[in-house]
Design a binder for this molecule. Structure first.
Ligand code: GLA
Length: 729
């Protein structure tokens, strides 16, 4: 719900449990008044913000002659460059006369039910108009005529607030946009910790928690993709905030390209959080009369700790970001040949894998890299999306129908955004890749990135995919992206627009994905980027799942999936059982452990099941049955991280089904110790007076006992993993 106090010019955005308040101080400056636990009364005022001025002595210029009022000391809602607020600006533009000053004042506003989409960009949505309300608040720079529309949506039940920005160039001249952030939020104090998700290839999203310090702290990407190194997510939490209690503020950008995400603490211990497209490497010439839309920032406040924050993100993303037929459906148990064969396969080898898989209950076979052009290693053929007849003489059609005859669906790997220098595509169109004339075209994994800022390149990619998907019975696509961008330049963009490249690339990518997923609504798409280097909400809008990491080792996956679960639901995480010793880290874990670790995500196998013993095959059959029975609890249920893996001994996750009748506790021993102490796992989210039966032992317990006394747990062997299922009686 959004209310507007006309006299004080204050907007109050209320969800079921949170309030977000902004207003015009002295009818002029749009300040941020509050974000946190829901306030019932609308009597917040500006006095306490003006009082602040009395206590601050700085060298900053005042905005009034008679009173010491400087925006540098105020919590600004959308700060602009070139005036008295000298912290990180949300908006920075250069005008025709070279001036970069923007001064914003109230122009108009509109409040409406529901939520509009953002042209060309992914965003959360509503299904019914009454799920959410939106505010479009238009600010105007009177000198130039440029308008900035701040767009807010508050979801009631889902307890989230989204923000985005639209720039309208109503001036008569072109304007160069230098920075358009999606959100800044000024906190009055800075006693927070900053949690973010750094990583690397095969080691993505390992949470790091550090105290915020004076000055700037931020993570970003200038690699062209959201990246494995950093994720467009961070949280600000109070010192005592843990998994279950305390204030947590989450920030996440619905975007797959370069971003900036950080905080700035000033000498008065105020803290500005900022999130948006990375201004570094960004420029955009906005023609007179044109508009520019920023990506959406999703802001989540919870007083129930990090767990509370994560649960809001999970539900919002699972139900109001992901789209299409597969959003609410249990997806296929798949088998992927990559770690089983790498490039070395032929039709018989693949069918051999498929046959065994079909016998144990696997539903989909995914043929990974190596099926096209003359690709026998990673040094050629990207861009040549026609079948390799030496490996598959009967073509994809024959292979797909043989797989179908086994009762399985057929899926295929593509890496559409790339081109190998050794490919027909590159030989015909050497200017289609990202490059700058006269500069080296640096290769990564022997490949170059196609220039998706070009319409002709986007059309080529679309047509290649269209041709394959419309002629072969392909029911799943793995869309990969295996290197970062470098040596940036586009052959078609004029000199003054080269700074637009990164964002135009992402817009090009999104346009292909929109068209393709619309044209093939029955195909399940999974995003991938050398594992999880583009695990972001932008991709989830088009594809409801992402390959979480190339690291399939069960132990490593516990950490990666933990970090990923900070803001992404398990329903979005592709997770597979692979062979041991593990190909990435050489570790051997029991097949049962690998199964329980993977089945909380979108489950599959990435090995040749013919290589398993009969006893292991029996375990696999049971795993698939368990997954079929409980997959929905992992994916649609609420996650409570009872014990996080950073304690180094064990990790425990609890899932409470949507109807709250099934409770699954999944425990993983990270490092066994002999004769270990007994730990008590205190369950969450149960009904105190409810009675819950342990499915295996048949014993029943009162909810309040499970939650307050807990269930005893002792470390067994290394990597031992068990699930305990409780059914509400
Ligand atoms: C990337 C993916 C892998 C696999 C290979 C194929 O690394 O993350 O899963 O598809 O590419 O080359």
């Amino acid at each position: 719900m959004i209310s507007f106090d006309k006299d004080k010019m204050i907007f109050h955005l209320k969800s079921n449990n949170t309030s977000y308040i902004l207003g015009f101080l002295k009818e002029k400056f749009l300040v941020h008044l509050y974000w946190g636990k829901k306030l019932e009364f609308n009597d917040l005022d500006y006095d306490m913000f003006l009082d602040v001025m009395k206590y601050r002595r700085n060298m900053c210029a005042s905005d009034y002659k008679d009173i010491a009022l400087s925006r540098d000391c105020l919590p600004m809602e959308y700060s602009t460059f070139g005036n008295t607020d000298q912290r990180t600006p949300a908006f920075h533009a250069t005008y025709k006369n070279g001036s970069f000053i923007t001064e914003l004042e109230y122009d108009s506003h509109v409040i409406y039910n529901g939520k509009k989409g953002i042209n060309g960009l992914p965003a959360t949505y509503v299904e019914n108009e009454d799920e959410a309300q939106s505010l479009e608040l238009t600010l105007k720079d009177n000198l130039t005529g440029v308008k900035i529309v701040l767009i807010y949506t508050v979801y009631d039940e889902l307890d989230a607030i989204t923000r985005s920005v639209k720039i309208i160039n109503n001036s008569k001249d072109d304007v160069r946009l230098d920075s358009v952030l999606s959100a800044v939020v000024d906190f009055k104090e800075s006693q927070y910790d900053y949690i973010h998700l750094p990583g690397a290839w095969a080691r993505e999203r390992h949470p790091e928690r550090v105290p915020v310090m004076t000055g700037k702290q931020m993570v970003d990407s200038a690699r062209g993709n959201s990246s494995a190194q950093h994720n467009p997510f961070f949280a600000l939490v109070e010192k005592n905030t843990d998994e279950n209690s305390g204030n947590a503020y989450g920030f996440n950008l619905v975007y797959s390209g370069n971003f900036t995400a950080g905080v700035e603490v000033d000498p008065y211990n105020t803290c500005r959080a900022f999130l948006g497209i990375n201004p570094f490497g960004f420029e955009w010439i906005l023609k007179s009369g044109d508009e520019f839309a920023s990506p959406e920032a999703v802001l989540v406040y919870s007083d129930k700790g990090l767990g509370g924050m994560s649960r809001v993100y999970h539900k919002l993303y699972r139900t109001r970001l992901c789209r299409g037929k597969f959003r609410d459906k249990e997806r296929y148990v798949l088998i992927n040949n990559w770690e089983a064969t790498y490039f070395n396969f032929d039709e018989e080898k693949i069918l051999n894998i498929a046959r065994k898989a079909s016998q144990v209950g696997v539903e989909l076979l995914v043929l990974d890299d190596g099926w096209f052009g003359k690709r026998n290693s990673d040094n050629c053929s990207l861009g040549d999306w026609y079948v390799n007849k030496e490996k598959l003489p009967g073509g994809l059609t024959q292979l797909a129908s043989k797989v179908n005859e086994l009762g399985m669906k057929f899926g295929l790997w593509f890496e559409p955004e790339m081109v190998s220098p050794d490919s027909d595509c590159y030989r015909a169109h050497p200017d289609w890749c990202i490059h700058s004339e006269g500069r080296t075209r640096s290769e990564g994994r022997n490949q170059l990135v196609l220039d998706l800022s070009r319409q002709d390149v986007c059309d080529y990619i679309y047509n290649c995919l269209y041709e394959n998907l419309s002629t072969v019975n392909i029911e799943y696509v793995k869309w990969d992206y295996n290197r970062t961008m470098s040596n940036i330049g586009s052959a078609l963009l004029p000199a003054e627009r080269q700074g637009e490249f990164f964002h135009r690339y992402i817009l090009g990518l999104y346009s292909i994905l929109e068209k393709l997923t619309k044209a093939f609504p029955d195909v399940l798409f999974e995003s991938c980027s050398s594992g999880g280097a583009r695990f972001d909400p932008g991709m989830l809008f088009y594809m409801p799942q992402t390959w979480t990491s190339d690291d399939t080792d069960a132990l490593e996956r516990v950490y990666i999936q933990y970090g990923t679960s900070m803001c992404y639901p398990y329903s979005a995480m592709g997770a597979h059982v692979s062979i041991v010793p593990n190909h990435q880290v050489g570790r051997t874990t029991p097949v049962q452990t690998r199964g329980y670790t993977a089945m909380v995500g979108q489950f599959g196998y990435e090995l040749d099941l013919n290589k398993l013993t009969d006893a292991e095959i029996d375990v696999v059959k049971e795993q698939i049955k368990t997954y079929k029975k409980y997959g929905e609890v992992f994916h649609k249920g609420e996650l409570y991280r009872l014990v996080t893996p950073d304690n180094n001994y064990f990790c425990s996750n609890e899932f409470v089904s949507e109807d709250r009748n099934t409770i699954i506790v999944s425990n993983f021993v990270l490092r066994a110790v002999p004769n270990s102490p007994v730990y008590y796992l205190k369950l969450k989210g149960l009904e105190s007076d409810g009675v819950y039966m342990d499915e295996k032992t048949g014993k029943s317990y009162r909810g309040e006992i499970l939650m307050s006394s807990g269930i005893p747990y002792q470390l067994s062997a290394d990597y031992d993993t068990k699930i305990i299922v409780f059914k509400k009686q």
